[in-house]
Design a protein around this ligand. Sequence first.
Ligand code: PBG
Length: 326
Amino acid sequence: MEVPRPYYRPRRLRASTLLRRMVREATLSKDDLVYPLFVVPGQGVRAEIESLPGCFHLSVDELVREAESVAELGIPAVLLFGLPERKDERGSEAYDPEGIIQRAVRALKAAEVPVVVICDVCLCEYTSHGHCGVVVEGQVDNDATLELLARIAVTAADAGADMVAPSDMMDGRVRAIREALDAGGHQQVPIMSYAAKYASAFYGPFREAAQCAPQFGDRAGYQMDPPNVREAVREVLLDLDEGADIVMVKPALAYMDVIRAVREATTAPLACYNVSGEYAMVKAAAARGWLDEQRVAMEILTGFKRAGADLILTYFAKDAVRWMGE
Ligand code: PBG
């Protein structure tokens, strides 16, 4: 019997590395990466974070060295999280001009480290209750929180921050921050909004790293409900309307469809956050010999590009640049 031969043979273009390179659709570049860093009080502190192997709690002096090595690798930006000396009900160190983040930014700028310094804007690392806003009668009060978020952004910009990134999920915070930045003479400081941020269990390792687990309740009253995608598009368009320059989807791995939906809804630069739990899962499986860390991590990061992300915030950033060179 005559077997019908295929006319179009997809395998033709898979036959060699060179051919595969020619028809590759998504590419990951070091220009796409943002590396998160955790700043702590003290001097000479460089302590590995147990839940995020390969990432460190860094005092300001060590942070400058780390940022220099990030810049040397060609990664364009770092995202700063701060662990304060003391926490209180209103998270006052977050907007103290002498707070941990403000000092860290000044040190990076004084050392002229060639990276874009992005400051996360949130209260949860600074509040004694661990919520992302002011708590009134057991609830996070949206409008009372806006003023404090604006103060965090302005003090960060005063210290020299190149960009601010609100991650709190209060309604109206992008507008409040934009107005405060403009009033403070920071019209040029862009806002990267965590526009579609879900109430996710994938933040587990970060909450240990940033010591910001809520002391009561959870964040479901302000972060998004994981089953929703149309709502994410609405959140993104709202933040753009309020003046966001870059919008973000977070987490990323279980939300690739959200990245795609947002990509199709806007021409704005789109970031996704490859969060702590996504990183820790790969690390833990690799440590057991169950996964090839390099190949899995690069496959995930390239997947975000394929889904439509322009920028990727990831704890793999430094390794990814090294792997790209191989
Ligand atoms: C603060 C914040 C969180 C993350 C980034 N900013 C934690 C949270 O919302 O609980 C998570 C980052 C990660 O898991 O890597 N609001």
